[in-house]
Ligand binder design. Structure first.
Ligand code: ADP
Ligand code: MG
Length: 377
């Protein structure tokens, strides 16, 4: 993969930088600016080398030009972080000069998600070089993540480089034992990752609503738990192929509804009575998983252990997050909700690598090549 060093002299040159600034925005206020801050090392390095920046990013999934999806709040926040003015360009035909200019939401352009060659030409005509630092969008072949890279001298930014090197590193030559913690809502979202880890991991710890298709496959009652029907066959396959590698919860914390004020029932075992839903793993599970995590050479965690957004059901995820934070091995966390959980517990700085990419990190773990990375190679 080509990196910033391969771009040579950038003094006075304009660099088109694709960043992942897809942050949560409510009524014009940014909820969490972690993705903006994650791009700063690349932007500062390019500015240090004398480059002028033309930033491009997407925000949400707008249908056409929709002011609700404007990057204006992001440009303002970036300006504060960089300590310089960031000018927002209204459209591609009127891109002002300036040291730091940001294009409007690239998804306002009809050709963006189609990897359109004409749009890519237009982007390329505005700059002298191309840098992709948008790891969270690197699994998409879009005009600003893919087609443009073939038209200009191009390279990966520091964030994209670190994400790819770290995530491919865990699979290529992990310190052992390699422990994968896979949780979250759906087996079908994570089946590719589970299958990859069946080959590479020493132990797979399963949690979240994802455990219910496994329990159902084993003949347990799941009550009213979130239990995806299409997940049962994949879960059976993982159980069959994984043998002792695959660990499931041994106790649960249940409620009557997905609600913070529901009565809480702890169950020692995994048969969920009618009318209850499993919303967290229990303390014996958390303890057992914690011991396995402490002894790991490498930990990869994706997907919370329960409905951590609801305080009565956050303990299992908190306990696993604390074990990951304390572990002496290399620890890598991927996935939007897993990252949110780490931040909720104030542990985001305690892991070796917190990936900014959800889908992209999972696809890398699955061994897929990402179009936005391949085109820089
Ligand atoms: P990530 O974004 O880290 O990949 P997912 O999106 O797969 O994670 O899963 C996160 C969601 O799963 C959270 O919203 C959480 O509330 C939900 N979840 C986890 N466990 C349960 C459960 N037992 N019942 C219902 N929802 C759950
Ligand atoms: Mg999620």
């Amino acid at each position: 993969m080509r990196t910033l060093d391969d771009l040579g002299d950038l003094d006075g040159r304009r660099v088109f930088v694709r960043v992942d600034f897809n942050v949560p925005i409510n009524d014009g206020v940014i909820g969490d600016d972690a993705r903006i801050r994650a791009a700063l090392p690349t932007l500062e390095e390019l500015r240090r080398r004398g480059a002028r920046l033309l930033l491009a990013a997407h925000l949400g999934r707008p249908k056409g030009r929709d002011p609700q999806f404007s990057l204006a709040p992001v440009a303002a926040r970036l300006g504060e972080l960089l300590g310089t003015d960031v000018t927002l360009a209204g459209d591609l035909d009127h891109v002002p000069d300036g040291d730091v200019v940001m294009l409007e939401n690239v998804r306002f352009e009809a050709g963006e998600t189609k990897d359109d060659a004409t749009l890519a030409q237009k982007y390329a005509s505005l700059a002298d070089a191309y840098v992709n630092d948008a790891f969270g969008a690197a699994h998409r072949a879009h005009a600003s993540t893919h087609a443009i890279a073939e038209l200009l001298p191009s390279a990966a930014g520091l964030l994209l480089q670190r994400e790819v090197e770290t995530l491919t590193g865990i699979l290529a030559d992990p310190a052992r034992p390699l422990v994968a913690i896979v949780g979250g809502a759906k087996v079908t979202d994570k089946i590719g990752v589970l299958e990859a880890f069946l080959d590479t991991a020493d132990t797979i710890l399963i949690g979240g609503a994802m455990c219910f298709p496994f329990f159902k496959a084993q003949g347990h009652a799941v009550g009213a738990s979130l239990c995806e029907a299409e997940g049962i066959a994949p879960a059976e396959r993982v159980l069959r192929d994984g043998g002792d590698k695959v660990k499931l919860p041994v106790d649960l914390v249940c409620g009557e509804a997905f609600d913070a004020s529901t009565p809480v029932t702890a169950i020692d075992g995994v048969d969920v009575p009618d009318g209850l839903m499993g919303l967290d793993v229990g303390p014996r599970t958390a303890q057992a998983y914690g011991e396995i995590i402490a002894a790991a050479g490498t930990v990869f965690w994706n997907g919370p252990m329960g409905a951590f957004e609801l305080e009565p059901f956050a303990a299992g995820t908190r306990s696993v997050a604390e074990a990951v934070a304390k572990a002496s091995g290399t620890t890598v966390v991927g996935g939007g909700d897993s990252a949110a959980a780490l931040r909720q517990f104030g542990l985001e700085g305690e892991v070796t690598h917190l990936s900014t990419g959800g889908g992209a990190s999972l696809e890398l773990i699955e061994g897929k090549t990402l179009p936005g990375v391949e085109v820089l190679t």
